[in-house]
Design a protein around this ligand. Sequence first.
Ligand SMILES: *Cc1c(COP(=O)(O)O)cnc(C)c1O
Length: 387
Amino acid sequence: MPSASRRRETSRPEREESTVVTHPFLDLAPLSAARFASIEDRVARLLGTEQDVVIMQGEALLPLEGAIRAAAGPGTTALNVITGPYGQTFGNWLRDCGATVYDLSVPYHTAVTADQVRAVFAKHPEIDFVSLVHAEAATGNTNPVAEIGEVVREQGALFYLDAVAAIGAEPVLPDAWGVDLCVIGAQKAMGGPAGVSAVSVSERAWARMAANPHAPRRSYLSLLDWKERWIDGGRTALLHAPAQLEMLALEACVERIEADGLETVMARHRKAAAAARAGVRALGGGLEPYVREDAAAAPVATTLRAPEGIAASDLVARALETDAGLPLAAGGGALAKEMIRVNHYGQDATREVVEASLTALGTALAEYGATPDVESARRAVAEAWQK
Ligand SMILES: *Cc1c(COP(=O)(O)O)cnc(C)c1O
């Protein structure tokens, strides 16, 4: 501790040596192992899983990468489903691990089907690992995980799922679906912190990792470290000081979901997506849902296709001029030209936010000379919300 500054303080008689300005984020007591374990148990209940749940001390990319590097190696043959940018990333990690990778890409305006997955297995029966994104906030689609899980189980492959954009917005049931590695984060529909995340791990997945000489060990990426030094030790001693502020925020956010009821929280997201899709169809003006089938549309966020000749990023910038707080964004990378994202998740999964978002987009469209029907859009949003 800087004793010099302490001396400076004591030299000022009007200020007590013990005076410290308090702040809700500061001077937190260390998080105990028992509290950490109880937060893991709460997350496990949220997932309805009997599997081990490890809370990782980083954003969801940490367990997403850690799980691939632990479970995959040069002997792995992977089927990697690409329905958005995260699938691309997983394929890169898998190749980096030395795995043989078969990518199954589907257009971002749709979802993958269990039959498409089955067809890849028929061609390459040696596949022993499947990576899939449940819902993609970045592209607005969601995949039929239960049906795909059946196919994966029939083949005996390990099933890895990114449910970051699904949890809180739609059911995530790793045990019922046979998911071996299910990663979640709290920053989307749960309305929680981004700095910690969780992964449920099946016995099969632990065994695969233990047998993998390339799995990270003694590393921040290592899931096996948590297995051996935390879980197998009866969860009494933490590996290092946890991110206590984020852990407390995660605990508070799971507590709030428990109090509201997970079904209520999911219903809000489902209604927000239905209202956004109905609203934009009524709005017209050249704007339309990006994901064509309702069943393939993610409850967490609705993506829209910009009209011909209008760049999505420009339209969003104009819409945000009316209200900078709206959860609107252009698609990432090359999608910035054609895709608009309405991120109606967490506290933004409300009728008001959906209505205001479409109103702002309608106002912006009118500035381009289009003729959107904002009143019809508002009515459609209200009607869809009642359903
Ligand atoms: C949001 C999201 C994540 C987390 O990544 P960020 O870029 O940090 O938000 C991971 N996977 C999916 C599918 C997501 O939608």
